[in-house]
Design a binder for this molecule. Sequence first.
Ligand code: ARG
Length: 572
Amino acid sequence: MDLESLLTDRLARSFAAVAGGPVDPVVRRSRHADFQAEAALSLARRLGRPPREIAAEVVERAALADLCSSVTVSGPGFVNLTVADDLLGTLVSRMAADPRLGVPTVTAPETVVVDYSAPNVAKEMHVGHLRSTIIGDATARLLEWLGHRVVRANHLGDWGTPFGMLIAHLADLGESTAASKLSIGDLDSFYKGARAKFDADEAFRRRARERVVALQGGDEPTLRLWRLLVAESESYFLAVYDRLDVLLTRADFVGESHYNDMLGPVTDELDRLGLLVESGDAACAFPAGFPGRDGEPVPLIVRKRDGGYGYAATDLAALRYRTGELGATRLLYVVGLPQRQHFEMVYAVARQAGWLRPPARAEHVGFGLVLGPDGRKLASRAGDSVKLVELLDEAVARATALARQKNPGLGPAAVAEVGRAIGIGAVKYADLSVDRSRDYVFDWDRMLALSGNTAPYLQYAHARIRSIFRRAGRAAPEGVPVLVGEPAERALARELLDFGAVVGAVDRTLEFHRLAGHLYAVAVAFSGFFEHCPVLRAEPTVRESRLVLCDLTARVLRQGLHLLGIAAPDRM
Ligand code: ARG
């Protein structure tokens, strides 16, 4: 059990005795002691007694001598708790002896579908897809580590009316020309070429429409061209994933087309349930609670006027498939905040249809925009969306230069490896270390800084610890008790012991900036410790204890970064 729960447990008993019923003691981290319990403040009104008096009685009744070195009442009625040094030492020793760093796997594993990345075929991936890919990947890593069965679902945009135009363009160009145009980095111009012809040329428009019909009707020559387009795009996306070092593989592509055959049955089922309304030739659902600007309910269009199905129908089918066929109980959609209403409406309809019933639930893991230095949506100099591959290449190039300059002793292979770890790590960390619902500014200098809350700072702290062991020519001692004496040593121990609770909080909230913030606090505490507490020069028992603390710090940093999808090189 972590410290906070230990204290909460004990205090709950004495609070209950004083209040005559169950009370949450509300234990929080405190700046004045290790923790404070705040419940006396809210209890005061209920009991009609001054909060300080309640707190004093709680302190008197609570048997905390084995946990705390000091328990006092402070301020308006807080109970301040200072954890005993030897308890900190015992808990840290236990954490160090545990390969899982004190984080157990969950007792009730779930099947979780993480819908993420989801770029669109024959289009460039943009930074919104980058955010989805980074956040979704961290989500998959963390939930998997906690013991859940994670299904990575890359809901590729590979179906729908735009494919008529794309296939017609492909047929016009001839396959061999088209294949080279489609190759890495040139997806946008292919798309734009098709678009331009579509806008200008009536005959082309007709061919495009015919291709849509042919595609939906399963016409083999048309399907073959479609497959070509999808395959080229998938290879391109896989190259980006590889460079980004994310878990997504070819097997995780489950594009919109996958649900094509389910759209009819899904619509029929909604119709049978009386959930569809004909609205100007379209079939719509009107879930409650989504008024538009005029106060009238907003429709979720299930079948379009032309009889085709769109984005919403596909998401309904995908949801039904995920709870029904895959047996998922937690559905996560890592998609930008502008799509919030779309998802809320899809969930509402799915609930009405009985496809989303407790314990199954769906969550939109939304996120804000990536901004350029001008505070506007990040764009290339020409005003186009930024090409992801170029962005990642630049990150690695800048980080490689940095690595070479900081450590001239590294060989070329090591420089390349470290440069990649730092560059990609910096891009991911810049994203994951801010509250995801906020926009953030993409700033090379800030994300690559060796100080502050950045990936390079954390990676550097980790590498520095590894170098202590290299210098000492030995591994971390095992089964050695950790002694917590110096204030800086104590501060580090306390931070480290928070790791499990933070990971647990991220499991629930998917707020990765909490994990990032925790790792940063650990690295800062380590640097204070390293400054004030000699390690290799200390007398033997203290030296062994401090080596355990060093090693545990490195392991927490490495594991924490790993959960964020960031590598921690041994030297930098
Ligand atoms: N392809 C979509 C886009 O680029 C994102 C899809 C998100 N996932 C979903 N199930 N709708 O905006």
